[in-house]
Design a binder for this molecule. Structure first.
Ligand SMILES: [Zn+2]
Length: 268
């Protein structure tokens, strides 16, 4: 499931089309992608409009078109955005194609967990649900105070599980939540109510830092994360904790339905 940095990277993939008019919209009407809005409404709604801008917020993307049309996209598990030449052969997994003068913008999704919405707004403003999204973890409104209050609302929830709650931490997903717990040496299953005030602060700091670093490494050009991150060691059996002088074997286990990875030595 793409997390904030992958989503930030993805939304930029259509930017070559900014300022261009959509001449034709092609869809797969029966695709599950169109469970919120019929494909025909998307075809009608976007034809002859120009792409104005793209935005990312946590795991959500928004594309603004001229005349107050707002296309919301969620990548699901396997959604992908890209630009292609007009003569590219259409594939079965291409669920939305916006054909412009010299290129086409494509949303393809192999497993179809992605989601699409389109709203036409008379006053041109973004849809209310978009404006009401919780503060981004890299933004000024994600304050220490807001975070501490959120933690205190769910005292029985394991820290790792809490960090996956999009109402508090939009864009944080499985690997980032594990990275945060590991970075501050707190076991992922620690209940939020057991955290000290200092630990709550350190969760906030690590969340901000890891969000920023992930955006820098992945969000700009799908780069590689540093070897010093847990992320680069967590997937294989026998992965070793990358922290200097640790070298303990990492543990992977289910925590509330999500595979969770931690270091039994650093996170005691
Ligand atoms: Zn370790």
């Amino acid at each position: 499931m793409p997390e904030l940095a992958e989503v930030e990277y993805s939304r930029k993939q259509w930017n070559p089309g900014i300022g261009e008019i959509v001449r034709e919209v092609r869809t797969h009407p029966k695709s599950r992608i169109y469970r919120e809005i019929p494909a025909v409404a998307v075809e009608k709604g976007l034809t002859n409009r120009a792409l104005v801008a793209s935005y990312a917020h946590g795991k959500q993307m928004m594309f603004e078109f001229s005349g107050g049309a707002w296309l919301g996209l969620h990548l699901g598990m396997t959604g992908k955005l890209f630009v292609a030449e007009l003569d590219r052969k259409e594939e079965k997994r291409d669920h939305l194609i916006l054909r412009m003068k010299e290129q086409q913008l494509i949303f393809s999704d192999y497993r179809m967990f992605g989601k699409l919405t389109l709203e036409l707004r008379d006053d041109g403003s973004p849809p209310p649900w978009w404006q009401e999204l919780p503060p981004q973890t890299t933004g000024p409104d994600f304050t220490k105070k807001r975070h501490a209050a959120f933690v205190k609302r769910f005292p029985k929830t394991p820290l790792k599980t809490l960090l996956l709650d999009q109402r508090g931490y939009p864009g944080i997903g499985n690997w980032m939540a594990d990275e945060i717990c590991w970075r501050i040496s707190i076991p992922p299953h620690t209940r939020s109510g057991e955290l000290t005030d200092a630990q709550i602060d350190s969760v906030w700091k690590a969340t901000r830092q890891i969000s920023r670093d992930a955006l820098k490494h992945v969000g700009d050009n799908w780069g590689v994360l540093p070897k010093s991150w847990l992320m680069t060691h967590r997937w294989k059996d026998g992965g070793i904790c990358p922290r200097k002088h640790c070298k303990a074997e990492l543990i992977r286990a289910d925590l509330r339905g999500r595979t969770t990875c931690w270091c039994p030595s650093c996170q005691r």
